[in-house]
Design a protein around this ligand. Structure first.
Ligand code: TXA
Ligand code: MG
Length: 336
């Protein structure tokens, strides 16, 4: 394939001629890296099976991990979803376009390749003007897994997409860093109560304000509802080690132990207590605000990889709201 082109695009008011170039790539069965408010996605025509196959191939993604279909409006939604349960409607009305993915019964238009043979399909209407403009210009739904190599931290900049998928995508639309920095929340609304299959940028608390109690099943093992959660995920090349929030002694001891064993150690902390231990370039202090911490997390993991860290010690965050999603990602990155 030819070189990957990175095209700058205005995040709030995308230039139609730039969007049209990307839509033309999709029509030709090619792949496009595109920004959403969560992370960058790898776009392809949902109805073009060769294009969908190349999405799995270039990511190195296992075939039993289904893709999310991204839509910009109700016509595309009706094409892929057979039946929208009431609670699905309520969530869609409250949070779409936004960082929410709904799992619902699929129509026969959706290929087994996309859903990994499940009788459901995951659908999301992203809240980013560039993503919406791209889907509208293309006209049909597009599949949109995170545009990283399988297992790596999701990309929050166009450069991350380029780093992982150079030469494998025709165009990357660059609208700057994503604002949320974590993937969408995946909710299965075919069950009662609905089930959160992947924690994400929309908190459980906000979901429950709209539809009442939901359950969380992010293990993916019990019923294979969200196959993707079975794999190692969100992991930098370095080994991630997690210490408790504000655990100064534990953190200092681990840091010393790892350094003494000769490892290149990176650190990510946020509380003032641990920030005091700061020791140079591979020691990153992120803001304590959970929104900003989340926005910078994947990017910082990739940056410490680039500094050749072998171990990354991360200070945990309080486990509520977005903090629950951050802790989910950190545990997966550290392999439990
Ligand atoms: O924020 C996001 O959701 C990003 C942006 C680009 O939209 N996309 C994303 O896609 O994170 P991906 O492919 O990296 O993750 C999709 C998740 C996986 O955990 C997958 O197993 C789950 O959604 N999933 C997809 N279809 C499903 C289905 N029919 N039933 C249950 N889980 C499903
Ligand atoms: Mg992903």
């Amino acid at each position: 394939m030819a070189d990957t082109k990175i095209l700058a695009v205005n995040a709030g008011n995308p230039e139609p001629e730039v969007i049209e170039q990307a839509a033309a790539v999709l029509r030709g069965g090619g792949l496009v890296g595109f920004p959403t408010e969560t992370v960058y996605g790898l776009g392809a025509d949902v109805l073009n099976l060769d294009a969908v196959r190349s999405v799995f191939r270039v990511k190195g993604r296992p075939g039993d991990n289904p893709l999310i279909v991204h839509v910009s409006g109700t016509r595309q939604l009706d094409d892929v979803v057979d039946e929208i349960p009431d609670k699905g409607k309520m969530l869609g009305e409250a949070f779409w376009p936004g960082p929410l993915t709904l799992v619902m019964k699929r129509t026969i238009l959706v290929s087994d390749l996309v859903t990994a043979g499940l009788d459901t399909v995951a659908v999301r209407m992203p809240g980013h003007p560039v993503a919406l403009a791209l889907i509208r210009a293309f006209g049909e739904g597009i599949v949109g897994p995170s545009a990283n190599l399988s297992g790596r931290p999701s990309p929050t900049t166009a450069q991350h997409v380029y780093d992982d998928l150079r030469g494998q995508v025709e165009i990357i639309l660059d609208a700057g860093p994503t604002t949320i920095g974590l993937e969408s929340t995946v909710v299965d609304v075919t069950t009662e109560p609905p089930m959160i299959l992947r924690l994400g940028g929309l908190t459980k608390e906000r979901i429950e304000e709209v539809i009442g109690q939901v359950e969380i099943d992010t293990a993916g093992s019990r019923n294979a509802r969200s196959p993707g959660t079975r794999y190692r995920h969100y992991a930098p090349r370095a080994q991630v080690m997690l210490v408790r929030h504000e655990d100064r002694e534990g953190f200092a001891a681990l840091l010393q132990e790892q350094r003494q064993s000769g490892k290149i150690v990176g650190c990510i902390v946020h509380s003032p207590l641990l920030a005091k231990l700061e020791t140079g370039d591979s020691f990153r202090v992120l803001p304590s605000s959970i929104e900003i911490f989340a926005r910078h997390l994947f990017r910082t993991l990739r940056e410490l990889d680039a500094l050749r860290a072998e171990v990354i010690i991360v200070e945990g965050v309080p486990e509520q709201g977005l903090g629950a999603t951050v802790m989910d990602r950190l545990r997966r990155a550290s392999n439990g």
